[in-house]
Design a protein around this ligand. Structure first.
Ligand code: ADP
Length: 519
């Protein structure tokens, strides 16, 4: 009995404890960081990803790469979540977060090898993150003028496939963001990027109001409506019960007639509810069947079916229409207004434009590009640019990029570390060392001499905190003058997220996984 094994976990469960778990997780995080780090900066390379369905994505956007990679290892997945959070909160800096977290963990491994307890590493890292955030706030510059916003947009788009047109795109982004600015904020959900493949990126332009890649359900419906009274509805104008399982016994032509008549009456009743509300433009998130289409057309209503949820939300905001989920609730007070709703051909592509909205805080960027891959890649760059411009408008504080602010942090964190006593000091110094990974990677990705340039950077920082790397010429230069500018918020969020993620991974000392979960 004494030697009888006791099973407390199901057969096949894998368990890794203490150092094994930690090593495994750190290695996974380092591998992930190693994959995305080659994409960092203006000289970063792209990744080509093919999904199980054969869809190809070419990108160097950290969040997109990690989303498409379908990562299984749990610690690496935690890093993916961190990058996603960064994307959701500030819209940029996703690659940086993962690269920094990977380096923090790599340095933590060195500390653990030297016999320093995990709890000391975690404490040191936490204090270092706090101090780093304070320091970033101190070195941040107050600026939210149009010129700065444009530089911020250009920096965010660097190396994301749009470089040849980034000045033009930055103008569009800044104009769009300022147009919707309200109470010191720009809600970028009010800007939609409408991709139209064909021609060149330089032909992209900004349009007032909302643009939908949709046409009315029937060609014979009105194509140009002035003083539009708009309904947005999440209720199908279809017969509900005609699914394939329905069995109807009809024994005479009369019965058949009666049945059709009954169906027609039901549809007529639904359409009459729409007509009675006084609507002349209807956006329906669900389906509209052929018979309903006929009656709507007869009533002179411009109707759209299967409109995307995000478009519905945009129409709701811009026109003041209230989403109706039950057709019985459709009434005049739920309708929104727009001065002009019409169809237009933009480069052979028919789109619907909603202009002169009641609330004009909406604009659309019509993005052109030679192929779908080009427009997809540039749309992601535009998204990042919109995020950083909005963050700068809201916060009014920026930092100097190209490795400048990181080198400054390394220097100041070292000085801070010297003032901390005990083994925690070692963790703070390693943290400072880890932040060098950003300038170092920018240099590496440009194929330049890392050792010499890092030494040049550090030496130049004795006199000028804005010195960073000109990755195109392989020189250290004043990045403020070069216009490489990023919002404070992106950098702060990146450090906090990377710090939290590495702490979370370091704290795990036992991994218990169901059979095959880790394969
Ligand atoms: P992320 O997803 O982290 O934003 P990016 O690939 O956009 O990654 O790279 C951002 C980094 O590139 C930042 O550190 C930024 O300062 C740097 N960077 C951007 N433009 C330039 C430039 N023209 N010269 C040098 N560094 C730049």
């Amino acid at each position: 009995m004494a030697n009888q094994p006791i099973f407390i976990l199901p057969e096949g469960t894998e368990r890794y404890s203490k150092r094994d778990a930690l090593r495994m997780n750190i290695t996974a995080a380092k591998v992930l960081a190693g994959i995305v780090r080659t994409t960092l900066g203006p000289k970063g390379m792209d990744k080509m990803l093919t999904s199980s369905l054969g869809d190809v994505t070419v990108t160097n956007d950290g969040a997109t790469i990690m989303r498409e990679m379908e990562i299984n290892q749990p610690a690496a997945r935690m890093l993916v979540e961190t990058a996603k959070k960064q994307e959701d909160i500030v819209g940029d800096g996703t690659t940086s977060v993962v690269v920094i977290a990977g380096e923090l963990l790599s340095k933590a491994e060195e500390l653990l090898d030297d016999g320093i307890a995990t709890s000391i590493v975690v404490k040191g890292y936490r204090n270092a993150t706090k101090k780093a955030v304070e320091l970033l706030k101190e070195i941040a510059i107050d600026a939210d003028d149009e010129e700065t916003l444009k530089k911020v947009a250009v920096t965010a788009m660097s190396g994301k496939g749009s470089d040849y047109a980034k000045e033009h795109l930055a103008d569009l982004v800044v104009e769009a963001a300022l147009r919707i600015k309200e109470d010191g904020k720009s809600d970028i959900d009010n800007i939609n990027i409408q991709r139209v493949s064909g021609d060149s990126v330089e032909d992209s332009f900004l349009a007032e109001g909302i643009i939908l890649d949709k046409s009315p359900v029937s060609k014979n419906m009105p194509r140009d409506v002035r003083d539009a009274k708009i309904a947005i509805m999440k209720y199908p104008i279809e017969l509900k019960n005609t699914n394939t399982d329905t069995k109807i016994d009809i024994t005479s032509p009369d019965q058949f007639e009666a049945f059709l008549k009954q169906e027609e009456d039901m549809i007529k009743e639904l359409v009459n509810k729409v007509i009675d509300s006084g609507v002349n433009v209807l956006f329906c998130q669900k389906g509209i069947d052929d018979m309903a289409e006929h009656y709507l057309k007869k009533a002179g209503i411009m109707a759209f079916k299967r409109v995307k949820k995000s478009d519905m939300e945009r129409i709701e905001k811009a026109t003041g229409a209230k989403l109706v989920t039950d057709i019985d609730d459709l009434s005049e007070d739920k309708l929104g207004k727009a001065g002009h709703v019409y169809l237009d051909k933009i480069f052979d592509h028919e789109l619907t434009l909603i202009e002169e909205c009641d609330n004009p805080k909406a604009s659309s960027i019509i993005l052109r590009g030679s192929t779908r891959y080009v427009t997809e890649q540039i749309a992601r760059a535009l998204d990042d640019a919109l995020g950083v411009v909005a963050a700068t408008i809201e916060e009014g504080k920026v930092l100097i990029g190209g490795g400048a602010c990181e080198i400054d942090l390394v220097k100041q964190l070292r000085e801070y570390g010297e003032t901390v006593s005990g083994r925690e000091q070692l963790a703070i110094l390693k943290y400072a060392e880890a932040l060098e990974v950003i300038p170092r990677t920018l240099i590496e990705n440009a194929g330049l001499d890392t050792i010499n340039l890092i030494a040049d950077l550090k030496a130049a920082h004795e006199d000028n905190p804005f010195i960073g790397i000109n990755v195109f010429e392989g020189k250290v230069v004043d990045m403020k003058e070069a216009g490489v500018i990023e919002p404070l918020r992106v950098k702060i969020q990146a450090l906090q997220s990377a710090g939290e993620a590495s702490e979370m991974i370091l704290r795990i000392d036992d991994m218990i996984a169901a059979r095959n979960a880790l394969n």
